[in-house]
Design a protein around this ligand. Structure first.
Ligand code: ZN
Length: 275
């Protein structure tokens, strides 16, 4: 399989979050020919939703996703403020014309060991949010996170688990496939097939470094780790996925310390050679 040109890449703003605000990310994508962007909400709020939507449109960028909604579990019950915040996130995704709202669903409730309860809260929260999302015309993408985050970030940890929820909730909800979180799963190929085109809503790229020195902020640039990215991309494309390939790298020891234009240049180069 040949590599990805920048016209098939999107920049998740977390990749240069230490260096650039959203306006700079938008300009950077335009400068490097990267076709899309996926803003995090903190950067979006800093710039303002309307000015950001305008700047993204003016730069001709596609919005491959908005990061992120979710966090349904922390208080141990369905929390009105959390639901309201998820509804606002849906409205923001609509204003940006985002391909989806990415959901990091939350881990165990504070002080709890009750995983079953956490799963139940997540499904309830997603269901309520989905009602609003359908009216707004926004797709909701559950991002299964690597199981090392089950306690503190997301208790949905495999594609299979996410798709079971999607099966129960119906239209408008699917998955964000992040290679970092799912590359190890022996059922991955079967579950990507099960998802099918309509439920493959986002595809996130980085690499798994060996050793990984930090659970959260030591992701690698594509090509520097052990994930067979071309193979995984082939699996989603075989289902007809034609969204952008979103680069999302948390890296406080390396890429967050570099000149952001060097980071984007490297992304474009690795898109061609390692993806
Ligand atoms: Zn991701």
């Amino acid at each position: 399989m040949s590599g990805l040109g920048p016209e098939r890449l999107s920049l998740n703003t977390a990749t240069v979050r230490a260096q650039w605000n959203l306006a700079q990310c938008i300009e950077g994508c335009a400068r490097h020919g990267i076709a899309g962007i996926s803003p995090w909400r903190d950067k979006l709020h800093e710039m303002g939703v309307e000015p950001a939507a305008r700047a993204i449109r003016d730069a001709g960028l596609r919005v491959s996703g908005l990061c992120r909604g979710g966090w349904f579990t922390e208080s141990g019950s369905i929390d009105r403020d959390v639901i309201d915040d998820n509804r606002r996130a849906i409205d923001e995704a609509a204003a940006l014309g985002a391909d989806c709202l990415v959901m990091v669903v939350g881990g165990l409730a504070m002080g709890s060991k009750d995983l079953l309860q956490a799963w139940k809260l997540v499904e309830e929260g997603l269901s309520v949010t989905l009602d609003h999302a359908r009216k707004a015309g926004v797709k909701v993408a559950i991002e299964p996170l690597h199981p090392m985050y089950a306690a503190d970030r997301a208790c949905i940890n495999t594609m299979g688990q996410a798709l079971d929820i999607c099966d129960r909730l119906g239209d408008g909800i699917g998955c964000a496939v992040d290679v970092y979180h799912v590359w190890w799963d022996p059922e991955l190929a079967a579950q990507i097939k099960r998802a099918g085109r309509d439920r493959l809503m986002a595809f996130h790229l980085c690499d798994w470094l060996v050793p990984t020195r930090d659970l959260l902020t030591d992701r690698g640039m594509m090509g520097d780790g052990v994930i067979d990215i071309p193979h995984l991309r082939g699996l989603v494309e075989a289902q007809g996925f034609d969204g952008l390939n979103e680069v999302e790298i948390f890296s406080d020891r390396d890429w967050w310390t570099r000149d952001p234009d060097e980071v984007l240049r490297t992304i474009v180069e690795r898109g061609r050679t390692a993806c």
